[in-house]
Design a protein around this ligand. Sequence first.
Ligand code: ATP
Length: 358
Amino acid sequence: MSIQVQEINKQFGSFTALNNVSLDFPTGELVALLGPSGCGKTTLLRVIAGLETADSGRVILEGEDASDTHVRERQVGFVFQHYALFRHMSVFENVAFGLRVKPRKERPNEAEINKRVHRLLELVQLDWLADRYPAQLSGGQRQRIALARALAVEPRVLLLDEPFGALDAKVRKELRRWLRRLHDELHVTSIFVTHDQEEALEVADRVVLMNKGRVEQVGTPQEVYEHPATPFVYGFLGAVNLFHGRVEGEHVKVGEATLPHDGRDADHGVEVVGFARPHELDIVTDLAETRGVEAVVSRVLAFGASARIELDALEGAAERGEPVHYEVVLTRERVAELALSEGQHVRLVPSSLRVFPR
Ligand code: ATP
């Protein structure tokens, strides 16, 4: 089922939780709502589900205005962060629950329920736990059961609110791969809320970035990561290095240094903030090299195939009146070649800065 939300506004007292949000969720996509705590992700999910009423705007399901449709008629399945399994029911009964409470004329018979529940348990690869009780399951298993239970009623939309938020990092990682595979099999239009950028980028077909009740950008993981539309998106999706300077033609003048930029939003003379990711910077030890900004090495952390170097700024940073730190990721070979030591003065050379007007 396709979902459109159009110009949704939602206030809680004087606080604006959703500010004119319009989005399009095509049928069969897995979309991540990503943003910092309090940006309105859960509120948007609840408006789509019909658990919350917007102050204005419309929710269109499969082309029809469903803004006033009751949650039960929207045919959505939910999975929340804190597994809401019934403690006194076995895994089998938990998954069967949604089928047993259907109105009599829609309710499958016992043989059909049995067949459907086992099929779902196989789908989440936990059929062997059918007779156990929630207390006898791990957190990750409970979330998979919660998902099987949500799918039992064959929802047209699946809404997941931080489904793996309460689990440890390793289980989380496993479960998000597993969710992706499950989605590839079922193709149910799914929206999941997360504040974890890695989770969103790894799992979703498309990512909606939210900030302070507004949509900042919508795009594929690659689009939002490589072409962030706003400084907020850039900063939220990974570590960044900031350079404050002024555009001079093809370059940004930062202190004494001239750094190349990507050419966008960069009129001559404009004051800009230039962004570069840690892997988009190189380090040179020749201090006469003006393609780079001078900095002092504060730490070298080598692990695996790459090394992370932390540095403190010396120039181009003073005007902000606060210490500026940089982070660079280089290959182990490059670091060995440079033979960096803590306290050493070097220059940072970005391959290209993504600039935003200040
Ligand atoms: P988190 O990741 O922390 O869950 P979120 O992006 O999902 O954050 P929401 O839960 O949508 O954010 O909340 C958005 C804002 O609206 C928050 O500041 C929250 O305190 C506020 N809010 C949400 N529900 C209510 C409510 N029922 N009454 C008052 N304020 C609310």
